[in-house]
Design a binder for this molecule. Structure first.
Ligand code: CA
Length: 387
C-alpha cells in the first residue's frame, strides 16, 4: 500500500527543551517521549530512537522484530542510567508502528498513543500505561475523572527504568484510506479526541494535518513537548471514500511488571502465603476470616487513591475479588515525587515483614526522592509531561 507521512515535533510553549524524539523511516515509524529531568529525558528518547534506527538499518523489517528492538532500547537506556548519576532514573515512552503489507503492527510502552482515523471516526489503538489508566481499569476512579486527576502524568511503564519491560502489541488490518496517528502526550493532554478527530478528518494533506494538530495543542497552552506523526495508507483521496466498517484490531496486552523488582528477600514467604490464602478462600467464609487473621502480620507500601505513598496492613493483591488491605499510615510523599524507577514497585505494592520495615522503606524512599529533586522548578524524575 502507498504510504504518505506528515511529521511535526515542537517544544511547546512552556518547556525549555524538546525531550520527544521520533522516527520516520517508511514503513517504520516511532514516537518516544523522554522523562527524567534536564539532560536525562533527552538522552533516553534519543537512545531509544538510535537503537531502533540502528537495529533496522539495512534489514528486512518484520513484526517479530519489534519486541526485540524495544528490549534492546530498554537495555541500552537502563545501562546508561546505571553508569551515570546524572542520568539515574531516566526513561522514555516508545510507540512503534510497522506497516507490513495490509497490516499495521504496533508495539508500545508508556503513554504515547496511536489512533486510527477510519471513515471520519477516531479510535484509540493503544492503552496508556499510566497510573490513572490502571485506576480506571480497577474501578478506583471514574474514566471521566482521569484527565483531571492529579497523578495523570505518572506513567507505570517506560523503557529504561527496569531491567526488562513488558511490551504491548496491537495488530490491525488496514483499509485503503486509513490514517494512523502516533503522538506524545503533549498533544493528548492539551486537546481532546473530538478536536483531534475533526482536524484529522478535515485536512487531506498529512503534513498539514500534523502541523495543525501541533498548532492546536500550542493554542491550548502547549504545556509539554508535542510530537505528531500522521501516516496515511492508500492512494490520496481514498480516505474520504473509505468504508465505514469498524476497525478490527487484535490487542496483546502484556501484564505490568513481570519482575518483582527489589523484593527478592520477600519471595520466600510471599508465595506460600498467597497459596495459603487461595486455599482458604476456596474453603469459603471461614477461610476469609482466617485470611484476614493471617494478614494481620502482612504489610506493604503502596499508593492510595490520592496518589500518596501509603503503608498498608494486608496484601496488595485482591483474592477472589476481596480486598485484603487497610490503610495504616498515609505519608505526604506523592508518587510523582518519587523517582520513576521506583514507581512499579510502589504501584504493585512493596511487601515488608513488619510495620517497622515498611517505615524504614518509606524513610529511604523519602531520602531517595529528596536527592533526586532538582533545585528548580521541575523536580527529577517527575515526569516532564502533561502538567
Ligand atoms: Ca510528554
Amino acid at each position: 500500500m502507498k504510504i504518505s507521512v506528515g511529521a511535526a515535533s515542537d517544544v511547546g510553549r512552556v518547556r525549555e527543551g524538546n525531550e520527544d524524539a521520533f522516527i520516520v523511516n517508511e514503513p517504520l515509524f516511532a514516537v518516544a517521549d523522554g522523562m527524567g529531568g534536564h539532560v536525562a529525558g533527552d538522552v533516553a528518547s534519543a537512545l531509544a530512537v538510535q537503537v531502533i534506527t540502528e537495529g533496522t538499518a539495512d534489514r528486512e523489517l518484520s513484526p517479530e522484530m519489534l519486541e526485540g528492538l524495544l528490549a534492546r532500547a530498554n537495555e541500552a537506556i537502563w545501562t546508561q542510567a546505571h553508569s551515570n548519576d546524572q542520568l539515574a532514573g531516566m526513561g522514555t515512552t516508545c510507540t512503534v508502528l510497522l506497516i507490513d503489507g495490509s497490516k499495521a503492527h504496533l508495539a508500545h510502552v508508556g503513554d504515547s498513543r496511536a489512533y486510527l482515523l477510519r471513515a471520519g471516526r477516531l479510535s484509540q489503538l493503544t492503552d496508556d500505561h499510566t497510573l490513572v489508566a490502571r485506576m480506571v481499569k480497577e474501578g478506583r476512579i471514574r474514566p471521566e475523572d482521569a484527565d483531571r486527576h492529579p497523578q495523570r502524568n505518572v506513567i507505570t511503564r517506560a523503557l529504561g527504568v527496569d531491567e526488562s519491560v513488558p511490551v504491548d502489541h496491537v495488530e490491525l488490518d488496514l483499509q485503503d484510506g486509513d490514517r494512523i496517528l502516533l503522538c506524545s502526550d503533549g498533544l493528548t493532554s492539551m486537546i481532546g479526541s473530538t478536536q483531534i478527530e475533526s482536524i484529522l478528518d478535515s485536512t487531506d494533506d498529512p503534513q498539514e494535518a500534523a502541523d495543525r494538530l501541533v498548532a492546536a495543542a500550542n493554542e491550548a497552552g502547549g504545556e509539554d513537548n508535542i510530537t505528531v506523526l500522521v501516516v496515511d495508507v492508500g492512494a490520496p483521496g481514498d480516505r474520504s471514500r473509505a468504508a465505514g466498517a469498524s476497525p478490527s484490531a487484535r490487542t496483546d496486552t502484556a501484564p505490568d511488571s513481570p519482575t518483582d523488582q527489589g523484593a527478592e528477600h520477600h519471595r520466600s514467604w510471599r508465595r506460600p502465603l498467597l497459596k495459603t490464602l487461595l486455599v482458604l478462600v476456596v474453603v469459603g467464609v471461614l477461610g476469609v476470616v482466617a485470611a484476614r487473621v493471617a494478614l494481620a502480620n502482612s504489610w506493604f507500601v503502596g499508593v492510595n487513591n490520592e496518589g500518596l505513598v501509603t503503608i498498608y496492613k494486608g496484601i496488595p493483591e485482591d483474592i477472589a475479588g476481596l480486598e485484603l488491605k487497610q490503610e495504616e499510615v498515609v505519608t505526604e510523599l506523592a508518587l510523582e515525587d518519587v523517582p520513576a524507577f521506583r514507581h512499579d514497585q510502589l504501584t504493585d505494592g512493596y511487601k515488608t515483614g513488619s510495620l517497622e520495615e515498611a517505615q524504614q522503606y518509606v524513610a529511604n524512599l523519602e531520602r531517595l526522592s529528596e536527592s533526586f529533586r532538582q533545585p528548580e522548578p521541575a523536580r527529577t524524575p517527575k515526569r516532564k509531561g502533561a502538567g
